[in-house]
Write a protein that binds this ligand. Structure first.
Ligand code: ISE
Length: 333
C-alpha cells in the first residue's frame, strides 16, 4: 500500500523532504503541499506532479486523500499543526522542535496518550546517522567501559535572518541534546550555558557552550557556533574509561593540491545528514503500515525542549539550572 503524504512547509527542509520522498523513499507518495508562500508551494507542485496545493494547512490535514503529514513549517507553528493531525487521527512527522512551549509539548503528549498509540515522530534525524548509530552501538557493547565525557561541536556557516539568540538553543542545540540522550541512554539533570567572547559577525551570543550533567555524572559539552563562516561542521567524541569513539568527518575524497591536503565542508546540514534524512523518512513510512515508529517520540521531543528550556534559563541567569521533567507516560516505555 502506498501512503499518501501531505507536506506543510515548503522552505529549505520542506523542499528537501519533498525531494527525498519523491525520489528515494519507497511506499510513499507526496499528494499535497501547503505553504503561505504560493511561489515556494508552486515549485514543489511543479517538481512533483502528484502534489495538490493547499492554501490552508488545516485543509490539508483534514483532506481525506491525505493519510499522513510532514510538518516542516516555522518552529512556532509546529505544536498547533501536530495537535490538528492528532485530532484527525493522522500520523505526523514533525521537524524539531516539537512545539514552541513546554505546555504545548505536554498537550501533544496528553492527546497522544488519549489515542492510546504513538502517532507523532519528531524529526531528530541524527538518530539515523550511521556514525551516531555506531557510536551508540559500540558504547552499548561495553568494550570501552563507561562513558565519561561527550564533546560535541555544532557549527553552521551563517545564521539565517530569522534566527534569534534563544534559537541557538531551541533550534540548534536541541540536536545535541537529543543525540546525547540517544547515544548515552541517560537524561540531563542540570544545564549550564557558558558564554565565550562573541563573534563580531553577529549581535547574538554566538558561540555558546551548553554543558549538560547527565544522570550518572557524565558531562556533555556542546559548542554551538552558528556563524562559523567556513562550513557546516558537526563533530562528536565520546571519552570512555578504556578508549574513545569519535565521528569521522564524512567526505568521499581528500584533495592534495598547492602543498595542502584537505576536503570540502558542506554549506549546510542537508548534504551532511543526507543518509540520515532518507533513512528517517523510510523508517517513518515503513512504520505507518505496520506498527510503532522508530524515530524520536513526542516524549523525546518534550524532553529535548525541557532541557533546552533549562539552557535558556541558564543563559539568562548565568547559573546552572536543574531540568524538571513530568513523569514519563507508559505509552513511551
Ligand atoms: C537547523 O534548523 C537544523 O536543524 C540543522 O540540523 C542544524 O544544524 C541548524 O543549526 C539548525 O538551525
Amino acid at each position: 500500500m502506498t501512503v499518501r503524504v501531505g507536506l506543510i512547509g515548503a522552505g529549505v527542509m520542506g523542499a528537501d523532504h519533498a525531494r527525498i520522498l519523491s525520489t528515494a523513499v519507497s511506499g510513499a507518495e507526496l499528494v499535497a503541499v501547503s505553504d503561505l508562500d504560493a511561489g515556494r508551494m508552486g515549485k514543489i507542485v511543479e517538481a512533483c506532479r502528484t502534489a495538490r496545493p493547499f492554501a490552508d494547512p488545516l485543509d490539508l490535514v483534514g483532506d481525506r486523500g491525505v493519510d499522513a503529514v510532514i510538518v516542516a513549517s516555522p518552529d512556532q507553528t509546529h505544536g498547533a499543526l501536530v495537535l490538528a493531525c492528532l485530532d484527525s487521527g493522522k500520523p505526523v512527522l514533525c521537524e524539531k522542535p516539537l512545539a514552541a512551549s513546554l505546555e504545548q509539548c505536554l498537550k501533544v503528549i496528553d492527546k497522544e496518550k488519549g489515542l492510546g498509540r504513538r502517532r507523532v515522530t519528531v524529526g531528530y534525524m541524527r538518530r539515523f546517522d550511521p556514525g551516531y548509530v555506531e557510536m551508540k552501538q559500540r558504547l552499548d557493547e561495553g568494550e570501552l567501559g563507561a562513558a565519561l565525557i561527550m564533546h560535541c561541536i555544532h557549527r553552521n556557516v551563517a545564521a539565517p535572518a530569522f534566527m534569534t539568540g534563544p534559537m541557538l538553543i531551541t533550534n540548534s542545540a536541541v540536536h545535541e541534546i537529543d543525540i546525547a540522550r540517544f547515544v548515552l541512554g541517560q537524561e540531563a539533570r542540570r544545564v549550564s550555558v557558558v558564554r565565550p567572547r562573541k563573534t563580531g559577525l553577529s549581535t547574538m551570543q554566538d558561540p555558546l557552550i551548553l554543558l549538560m550533567e547527565m544522570d550518572d555524572g557524565l558531562v556533555v559539552d556542546a559548542e554551538i557556533f552558528v556563524n562559523a563562516q567556513y562550513g557546516y561542521d558537526v563533530r562528536a567524541e565520546l571519552v570512555c574509561e578504556k578508549g574513545t569513539i569519535a565521528l569521522t568527518p564524512p567526505h568521499d575524497v581528500t584533495v592534495r593540491h598547492s602543498s595542502m591536503e584537505g576536503f570540502a565542508f558542506p554549506s549546510d546540514w542537508r548534504p551532511r545528514f543526507a543518509t540520515a534524512y532518507r533513512a528517517e523518512l523510510q523508517a517513518w513510512t515503513d512504520a505507518l503500515g505496520c506498527g510503532v515508529p522508530t524515530g524520536a517520540s513526542a516524549w523525546d521531543g518534550y524532553v529535548a525542549s525541557a532541557v533546552a528550556d533549562a539552557g535558556l534559563k541558564s543563559l539568562a541567569s548565568g547559573h546552572p539550572t536543574e531540568v524538571e521533567l513530568e513523569p514519563r507516560p507508559a505509552l513511551y516505555d
